[in-house]
Design a protein around this ligand. Structure first.
Ligand SMILES: [Zn+2]
Length: 533
């Protein structure tokens, strides 16, 4: 059977950037765009040239893409000006983008209240803008803002806005659920009606997630006829976000009702890069990845509890809807107090430790985990610390940097500023190195003390240069005997794969210190650093 082509349109760099707290540099934009191009999305909306200097400059970079078309975003022409005399329109032409996506109104309420113009004037703005870009040989798309709300209010007018662009030769008419309040059954119904007037192969969907249905609405729209799908990496977008392409793309590939019917420009083998693509965005945003994202989140294939784990070991299909490797994710067997020997064996296999099932070291490790959990450790979210513990018991982890002494102090100066200073004595190959640092808190100071002296750490400096602490969490626990502090640290490096370490102590600095040392050790281990002599 001939499959129908679905087109993927990414708007991370335009609509995603509308998000509070998100501000991409030109380099960030380039990194994200290249990842999307490698993945094979059809369109990358690069931004709004003319609206801000970063976007204008980004388009001027003329980055070469092998799969994707760079698309410039803008607005339909202003009322009372000719297209040739509208600076917004000229900036789009100057951007050299081959595809142009213009947003315009399709809800009469907005035409009246937001623009204060007549319905006819709005139609003219749409058709004149479309005509202009098509004459200039651009691939033209019309983003029909608030289309679903507009259609509910005045279907005839909403449709006439779409047609104003369509009859001029627009390649795509994108139906936008701008306020994100439309539900899947409404999308199905409205798209079916629209596609009687404009064929689905010219229609796109742009859904926002304000009811938690952006992905569902997009799938409903595809099933009802649209063939262009807009969204962002991780669903990044203002308010509750946009449709998440990291959920949509695997759905198109791995769910039969879609994969039997549709094909995209993405090579099936590149679907494995989705997890990496998702983490790359968080890395650029310096954000903690959402573990619970569908398909690509770190917890998407985590199993805890004896019953689930033993079933997953018999056949992963018992508790997994797909094989995690298909999207580049991994299965994660969570070790906890209730876990038995089978959990430990399975988790050892996941991290690649080969050990016989009856090896006494497994029992030793299980006991060690249980003892540690009793005093407040929790290896559920601390993969790297678990791996270090396991490999130490198996005898695979050499000694790297020894830290024999440290001294941390917190001071408030006359201006009220609180400064922490740290001094640590490190030892590499028998040589003692004293490191000092300052920070906004004791852990930051301790981290800076090591970081500032990385060049002096001889053979380890090159391994630790790109290590970064992403997140630091403290919990006070009441165990059986006393209050203890549990510190969790999330770290990352240039490869973009994050790891989690943990430290527990009655003293917060000591707990932090243990988690920090595990983070360093793990980095050195995974990068195959040599042992300290
Ligand atoms: Zn939007």
């Amino acid at each position: 059977m001939n499959k129908e082509r679905l087109y993927i349109f990414d708007t991370t760099l335009r609509d995603g950037e509308q998000t509070q707290g998100v501000d991409f540099s030109i380099d960030d934009k380039e990194k994200i765009a290249l990842a999307l191009d490698n993945l094979g999305v059809d369109y990358i909306e690069g931004g709004w040239p003319g609206a801000n200097p970063t976007d204008t400059e980004f388009f001027q970079k003329k980055i070469k893409f092998k799969n994707s078309k760079l698309t410039a975003f803008g607005m339909t022409k202003r009322t009372g000006r000719s297209v040739n005399n509208d600076p917004g329109i000229s900036a789009l032409l100057d951007s050299n983008a081959s595809s142009i996506c213009l947003v315009g109104k399709s809800w009469d309420f907005h035409v009246d209240v937001a623009l204060g113009i007549s319905n006819e004037e709005n139609l003219e703005n749409i058709s004149e803008s479309a005509k202009h870009f098509i004459k200039e040989k651009k691939e033209f798309m019309f983003d029909a803002e608030h289309f679903f709300d507009g259609y509910k209010n005045n279907p005839k007018y909403a449709l006439s806005c779409l047609k104003a662009a369509y009859v001029q030769g627009a390649r795509w008419i994108v139906l936008c659920d701008t306020n994100g309040g439309t539900l899947p059954h409404e999308v199905s119904k409205i798209v079916s009606e629209v596609s009687k007037q404009i064929p689905g192969k010219y229609l796109g969907i742009h859904a926002h997630n304000d009811t938690g249905n952006a992905v569902a609405n997009t799938l409903a729209a595809v099933l009802a006829g649209v063939r262009q799908v807009q969204g962002t990496i991780n669903g990044l977008g203002e308010r509750c976000g946009n449709a998440n392409l990291m959920s949509l793309i695997p759905t198109f590939f791995l769910k039969k009702d879609f994969s039997n019917k549709f094909e995209t420009n993405i090579n099936p083998r590149d679907v494995k890069n989705l997890t990496q693509c998702s983490r790359l965005l968080d890395e650029i945003l310096n954000r903690k990845p959402n573990q619970h994202l569908p398909y690509v989140g770190a917890a998407a294939f985590s199993h805890k509890g004896g019953l689930h784990v033993s079933a997953v070991q018999k056949d992963p299909k018992t508790y997994e809807h797909i094989n995690p490797e298909e999207v580049g994710n991994t299965r994660n067997i969570v070790v906890s107090d209730q876990a038995g020997k089978s959990n430990i064996i399975s988790r050892l296999k996941t991290i690649g430790v080969n050990i016989k099932e009856n090896d006494p070291k497994i029992k030793k490790l299980l006991e060690e985990v249980k003892d540690r959990e009793f005093i407040g450790y929790s290896y559920d979210g601390a993969d790297a610390s678990f791996e270090l513990l396991a490999r130490r018991i198996v005898g695979e982890i050499p000694r790297y940097i020894s830290i024999s002494e440290y001294d941390v102090s917190v001071k408030k100066n006359a201006t009220g500023k609180i400064i922490s200073t740290a001094k640590a004595q490190l030892e590499v190959d028998g040589e003692k190195i004293v490191c000092e640092g300052e920070g906004n808190g004791p852990v930051n100071a301790l981290d800076n003390a090591i970081r500032n002296n990385i060049d002096r750490l001889a053979k380890y400096s090159k391994y630790l240069k790109d290590l970064k602490l992403v997140d630091y969490k403290v919990r006070i626990l009441n165990t059986g005997t006393e209050a203890v502090t549990r510190v969790s640290i999330e770290s990352t490096d240039a490869k973009g794969k994050n790891w989690f370490t943990i430290g527990v102590s009655t003293n917060i600095i000591d707990a932090s210190f243990k988690a920090l040392v595990d983070s360093l050790d793990y980095k050195l281990f995974k990068d195959n650093a040599p042992a300290s002599s």
